[in-house]
Design a protein around this ligand. Structure first.
Ligand code: NAP
Length: 281
């Protein structure tokens, strides 16, 4: 670490902090943008155990770091360690993007932005206000999805979760437009829905698929999945068989990264097919 007279590093450093973190695609993603824009900078994976998080966060700005992405299990814990937290990160109860400025840590959550930007890119005619949105799952990612869908003007937000308490909590925090459906009656919430989202981890490689009859789903609805390993999940295939438009979850990962990159390295990067290929390679 530089001594007190060494000054800031001339090369900005950023990274992703998690435990474990080896599976993260963020280094490949940001590495692609750094190379594409010919920027001096590095983005590295940082495996940090929960008990070391506070100390590491305080030290990194002094080692030339301009910010971090945050992944499991630190997304909630960083809120208490940050000097300022955006309203949306506070509402969601988690942060995925940290910016270090003037010795202070600023925490934001860009998952909801990434979720909506992905739909706008791949389903440009999607109209959030056209009908209810049905969200399956009530974990950390679902909270970001709920916040962004409500902000986009969905008239009703239906939600179901295996552990009902977490869905009830979302209703209590996010308000009157949220309607909770029991997990056993989840299929009923699809009737008349214009948007349906799998925000559980079901359907991920190595996990069971999401088992949800889609008979009540309007073929005009848009279906999207947060899971992106595999890209084409059983849920998306089932929705497509019903005639629905589908959008995979990789674009959410790509878009959520753009605001952080811009703040750390000073360039707003493009989310395009080159980036998708680089991240999937
Ligand atoms: P999380 O906080 O651990 O929540 C997991 C969710 O999945 C909860 O709703 C949980 O229900 C449900 N679930 C897990 N196993 C289940 C099972 N066997 N049966 C029924 N429900 C089950 O995780 P998260 O951060 O919200 O992430 C959820 C998924 O989104 C993950 O696959 C993650 O990779 C993906 N994700 C993608 C992006 C992206 O950029 N595309 C961003 C963030 C997350 P309970 O509450 O009952 O446990």
């Amino acid at each position: 670490m530089p001594g007190p007279d060494a000054g800031p590093s001339p090369i900005p450093l950023a990274g992703v902090v998690g435990w474990p973190v080896a599976q993260s695609r963020s280094p490949r993603l940001h590495g692609h943008w750094l190379a594409r824009h010919g920027l001096a900078g590095h983005y590295v994976p940082l495996p940090v155990a929960p008990e070391d998080l506070a100390q590491v966060l305080r030290a990194l700005p002094r080692a030339g770091f301009v910010g971090l992405n945050v992944t499991i299990p630190h997304k909630q814990a960083v809120l208490a360690l940050a000097d300022s937290v955006t309203d949306r990160a506070a509402l969601i109860g988690a942060a995925n993007t940290l910016v270090f400025r003037g010795g202070r840590i600023h925490a934001d959550n860009t998952d909801g932005y990434g979720f909506v930007a992905n739909l706008r890119q791949h389903a440009p005619d999607w109209v959030p206000a056209a009908g209810a949105a049905a969200v399956i799952g009530a974990g950390g990612a679902a909270r970001a999805v709920v916040a962004s869908l409500l902000e986009c003007g969905v008239p009703e937000l239906r939600i179901t979760n295996r552990t009902r308490l977490r869905a009830d909590q979302i209703k209590a925090e996010f308000g009157a437009r949220v309607v909770v459906y029991d997990w056993a009656q989840a299929a009923n919430m699809l009737e008349g829905a214009a948007t349906v989202v799998n925000a559980t981890s079901l359907g991920m490689d190595g996990k069971q698929p999401l088992r949800l009859p889609l008979d009540a789903l309007d073929p005009g609805a848009l279906a999207t999945d947060l899971v992106y390993t595999p890209l084409d999940t059983p849920f998306l295939r089932q929705a497509r068989d019903r005639g629905c438009r589908t959008v995979d979850g990789l674009g959410m990962l790509l878009h959520q990264a753009a605001p952080g990159f811009e703040r750390w390295f000073g360039v707003r990067p493009q989310v395009d097919d080159d980036l998708r290929r680089a991240v999937l390679a």
